[in-house]
Design a protein around this ligand. Structure first.
Ligand code: SAM
Ligand code: SF4
Length: 329
């Protein structure tokens, strides 16, 4: 078992396979996109498999593939298939914006992807365009249909943004009436790339819950799975459930079981740190597996207590200016 210096079990890896994306969600990156990473800076699939294989031996049981948008990286299914075959991976999951995902759903199910997080901030095509800068709402809804048709576990991620999609909170909750999905409302974080500023958190988890309770006074608290980042609720009689993720308020750090690896191989032991070591560089320097194991254990045994401490300890740039597309969410 892998555990950190605060006694927290670490068994979950979030791996971002690319920084590139076919949407421009304004809370994630500027309209002109990011300065995309050069191919040689990205980890190759072979390097990613090597590191996943080692981490699984060390105690990682769940791997989430994210990005950028995973499905814009060439040959992603080749990589996912190989990951699905890695001994010791108990759960393989993906976070996607759903633009290109629909045709892959049957194959994803076949290779053992157990659950998909689909990002969908609005149920209105016009607001979708205003938020993402692209006219792709229909394709995302097609992916949602396909996932449900193939009985995949679906979580819908909706970032809650003042002046952008507050009118979508209730319609998104309504989705859970007939659909067996979990709709998770996420506090907006400052990870929107360098070029524009974060307006501060307007909708924290308490305000989101208040909005939901005002329409559904019977909203019921349900159990939160171990290591859950969301506070979970259900409207009595609804097939699905809802969750609220206090991503900015950081109420979940005490049970955090996850590490992240960025597309360039930077290990983040907290969402709010600025990377603690570069695994790709070590692999390219042909570090032995034994030494890499020791280096990773050392990093995990120096984890910040929580996201506030990690933010304070950032060395490269004080304050958070990264894009979520290079972190993976
Ligand atoms: N492109 C994929 C997608 O959108 O699902 C995967 C990567 S995206 C960076 C992962 C998650 O991060 C998405 O659910 C997205 O909504 C969320 N996200 C991005 N920027 C965010 C921000 N500034 N605050 C809160 N969540 C954010
Ligand atoms: Fe792309 Fe996902 Fe970022 Fe939106 S949140 S711009 S879909 S990486």
């Amino acid at each position: 078992m892998l555990s950190d210096n605060h006694g927290r079990k670490i068994n979950y890896l979030r791996l971002a396979v690319t920084d590139r994306c076919n949407l421009r969600c304004f809370y994630c990156m500027p309209e002109e996109g990011l300065q995309w990473l050069a191919r040689k800076e990205l980890m190759t699939y072979e390097e990613m498999l090597q590191i996943c294989s080692l981490l699984v031996k060390m105690g990682i049981e769940k791997i989430r593939i994210t990005g950028g948008e995973p499905f814009v990286r060439k040959d992603i299914m080749r990589f996912l298939t190989a990951l699905g075959q890695l001994t010791g991976v108990k759960e393989l999951t993906i976070t996607t914006n759903g633009v290109l995902t629909a045709p892959y759903v049957p194959e994803l199910k076949k290779i053992g992807v157990s659950s998909v997080n689909l990002s969908l901030d609005t149920l209105d095509a016009g607001r979708f365009f205003a938020i993402t800068g692209r006219d792709e709402f229909a394709n995302v809804m097609l992916t949602l249909d396909e996932l449900l048709k193939h009985d995949m576990e679906v979580k819908i991620n909706a970032v809650v943004m003042d002046g952008k999609n507050i009118e979508d909170i209730i319609p998104l909750v309504e989705l859970t009436r007939e659909l067996p999905v979990s709709v998770r409302f996420i506090e907006e974080m400052p990870f929107n790339g360098d070029n524009h500023l974060y307006g501060g958190l307007q909708w924290d988890y308490l305000r989101i819950l208040e909005e939901i309770s005002s329409k559904y006074p019977g909203v019921k608290k349900i159990g939160d799975p171990l290591h859950s980042t969301s506070y979970n609720y259900q409207i009595p009689g609804h097939k699905g459930s809802i969750g609220i993720i206090a991503a900015f308020s950081r109420t979940f750090c005490g049970t955090c079981n996850r590490i992240r690896i960025t597309p360039t191989g930077e290990l983040k032991t907290c969402l709010y740190d600025d990377g603690v070591l570069n695994i790709k560089d070590l692999i390219r320097q042909e570090i032995s597996e034994d030494n890499l194991n020791k280096t990773l254990l050392n990093a995990i045994s120096h984890r910040a207590k929580d996201g506030w401490e990690a933010e304070r300890l950032r060395v490269q740039h004080k304050g958070v200016h990264e894009s979520m597309a290079t972190i993976g969410g």
